[in-house]
Design a protein around this ligand. Structure first.
Ligand code: AMP
Length: 467
């Protein structure tokens, strides 16, 4: 039997194909029937243009319904989908083009659909579970961006596990304001909705007014932490506005405990935080029923084996399971380096698992600071700083230091007195962990998924201790 992911999804589309799939802001709707027709027509055009099984089909465009159709059509046609951030410059796109050698690079999926044959492709190209479905280039902040190879089986396993874990049913309506060039919006959110044959409130991006209006129709919202801080900054976001939504899910970057607490105070609801990455989709999640613990990303999903490497309580998180990718595109050596002999993938995230099995993340391994020979986990310092009145958010980094190798510095959103904040940190932390300098800023640099870009901070303040 074919393991084509599109067939799995389409088998669960509503029997009544006139049911809506996309609810657009202007009041228009796109039905499941129209989705299926568009997918079939684009798939027919892909084949007509000579796309063969395993060929890469790249998309670089703003978020659209036709972009989703193109993704699903690539699956249906047996091609490998390659989504690219619309914000990439031509030089960046050139790197991906040279590396992935896509048969087609589509920048206007609506025009591509308009030029497709009238007759949809009837039958999907059969695929084995191990055949590639997509290549997702990691947002890698250093070195060359790596293409994570995800198979039909990887994506199907994760989608089915999440659908169950988060209690999805055909009655759900998902608020979708995420980009679709990234795992979060393209796989995690989209697949859950499609597996239920659910409608999605389909927003091109996060905009306060549209999200607030969309909440009235939604039962599930998925977002990055900045979505939630932006909602909280808007006084119109109230308990009543949040009430139709049964679960707010957060991921792609750490959710501050203060955001969790403020959200609960405002709405009475506890955000469900989960943890994932391009190489494995979702790895761990707080439970739908039972305790959602702020600061923890919850339990490994069913089927995911998770362990901490290095023999200490805190170390690099290693994972194995059906959703874990098979390797980096055309980088066998890099792939070999990042898997253990028994096929666990080294996530590069540092964390620990408590006796109950909950996972706690303390940051990226490459953000670990070694100051005077001692390891400093930035998260531990950030948690202390974030508790100090006047501090909204902090990012702790290591900077070149003449005596210590690296010196601990904190970049802080908020106001305050540098000496007082250092003293507050010292009161709770060993001296080597406390920041030696604090830099106050209005905002922290973030990527499209809301992740703080510590590499940019390290560059910006590189001379702080040696200047
Ligand atoms: P990406 O491959 O762009 O999705 O980035 C994956 C990385 O985002 C992970 O390796 C983590 O470092 C980080 N991440 C994702 N979700 C969380 C979370 N809930 N808490 C902390 N870090 C997270």
């Amino acid at each position: 039997m074919s393991a084509n992911l599109y067939d799995l999804l389409a088998a669960r589309f509503p029997a009544d194909r006139s049911r809506p799939c996309f609810l657009l802001s202007d009041g228009a709707e796109v039905s499941y029937g129209a989705l299926e027709n568009g997918v079939g027509r684009i798939a027919a055009r892909l084949l007509a243009e000579g796309v063969e099984p395993g060929d890469r089909v790249a998309l670089q465009a703003e978020k659209s319904v036709e972009g989703v159709m193109l993704y699903l059509a690539a699956l249906k046609a047996g091609a490998v989908f390659l989504p690219l951030n619309a914000a990439y410059t031509p030089a960046e796109v050139e790197y991906f083009r040279a590396d992935a050698e896509p048969r087609l690079l589509i920048t206007d999926p609506a025009a591509f659909l308009a030029g497709a044959p009238a007759e949809p492709l009837a039958k999907s190209t059969p695929r084995a579970a191990s055949d590639l479905a997509a290549i997702i280039y990691t947002s890698g902040t250093t070195g060359r961006s790596k293409g994570a190879m995800l198979s039909h089986g990887n994506l199907a396993a994760n989608a089915l596990a999440l659908y169950d874990a988060w209690g999805f049913s055909p009655d759900d309506v998902l608020l979708h304001a995420l980009p679709i060039f990234h795992v979060h919006g393209l796989f995690v959110a989209l697949h859950c909705a499609l597996l239920g044959g659910c409608p999605m409130v389909w927003l091109p991006k996060f905009a306060d007014a549209e999200v607030l209006a969309g909440l009235a129709r939604a039962t599930v919202m998925m977002g990055v932490p900045t979505f939630y801080t932006r909602l909280l900054a808007n006084p119109e976001f109230t308990r009543e506005r949040a009430a139709p939504v049964r679960v707010f899910i957060s991921g792609s970057a750490p959710l501050l405990e203060s955001t969790f607490a403020e959200f609960e105070a405002r709405t009475g609801q506890r955000i469900l935080e989960r943890y994932g990455m391009s190489e494995a989709a979702i790895i761990a999640s707080n439970p739908l029923d039972g305790g959602r613990v702020p600061g923890s990303v919850g339990f490994p999903l069913p089927g995911v084996e998770l362990r901490i490497g290095g023999g200490e309580e805190t170390g690099v998180i290693e994972i194995r399971g059906p959703s874990v990718f098979s390797g980096y595109w055309r980088m066998p050596e890099k792939t070999a380096e990042e898997f253990t002999a028994d096929r666990f993938f080294l996530t590069g995230d540092v964390g620990r698992q408590d006796p109950d099995g909950r996972v706690w993340i303390s940051g990226r391994a490459k953000d670990l600071i070694i100051s005077g020979g001692y390891n400093v986990y930035p998260k531990e310092v950030e948690l202390v700083l974030d508790e100090v009145p006047g501090v909204v958010e902090s990012a702790v980094i290591g900077l070149p230091h003449p005596d210590f190798g690296e010196g601990v510095a904190a970049v802080v959103i908020g106001q305050g007195d540098e000496a007082a904040l250092i003293a507050a940190a010292r009161a709770q932390l060993a001296a080597y962990k406390a920041p030696k300098r604090i830099l106050f800023v209005d905002d922290l640099p973030r990527n499209a998924m809301g992740k703080v870009q510590k590499n940019l901070l390290r560059q910006r303040y590189a001379e702080l201790f040696i200047g």
